[in-house]
Design a protein around this ligand. Sequence first.
Ligand code: SF4
Length: 302
Amino acid sequence: MLMDSENLRELINIVSKRSKHKSKILLQIPEGLKCNVIEIIDNLKRLGHDVVLSAEPCYGACDIRDYEAKKMGCDLILHLGHRKFYKKFKTIVPVIYFPIKLSVKYNPVELKKISYKKIGLISTVHHVETLKDISRDLKNIGKSSVIGGEILGCYTKNASKIEKNVDCFLFVGSGEFHASGLVTEKPVYIFDLEKNKVRLINKMKRLKILHANLAKLDDAKKIGILISTKKGQFFDLNRIEKLKNKLKKMNKKAYVLVMDNITNEKLTGLKIDYFINTACPRIVEDGFDKPVINARDLFGSI
Ligand code: SF4
């Protein structure tokens, strides 16, 4: 992902309008944009702002680093690459969100690989504008489409609302992270704009992990409840208690573990048989040594 000069100009305009005084800004930026970051910082400094770069990985707007901002004396957070998160949370430092829109040239001939007639179009904030062009190109080859709009790896309502009107989905973007989060019986294609290829994704990987881990729950006695401190991922204390009670009724011993990023290394060495994840639902696919299952896959919404 590269921030072009138009995006950069727009960013500078927004910051100038929203922050008339000279701010100290904590800059949060997705990994893919890091090659642009020095240019962005230099531009912000030219406006008279002081800038601190958050060097932590930033996967989504669920992860606003306001405590770090406060600690570093920042009075503003500039969060690049994502729109405001769909779940509401308060921050102790104001945030400007700047979702970057990218325009990419693609090969429309690739769309012929889709073997269905009615296609549901979804994307991320970066490429959602491209969906209109894709819709036109599908029409040119005799297919129809319904534009669903943006999805996240954890939030796919825009796909669910059009599901009954389409034969399959086409996710336009890069990588499988977002598309493989869709829970649907319908086939899901991805138009990978980095590779300029359309392919059908294999939804079985996710289901295999889920079924394998569900089957292991009966034998597990000690269960770790994984909590992330990230603002949009935090599972509130009432829900943690509800989860503990459910496990108690199942004769399981529950242990609450809190951390920022949830990784396999942090769980290694703990004498716990099984983990229930309450944070980003996509981490369960990250390859853990012990079974990790999403709380919502086990108990529905708590
Ligand atoms: S919770 Fe996970 S999928 Fe959702 S925005 Fe955050 S990192 Fe992305």
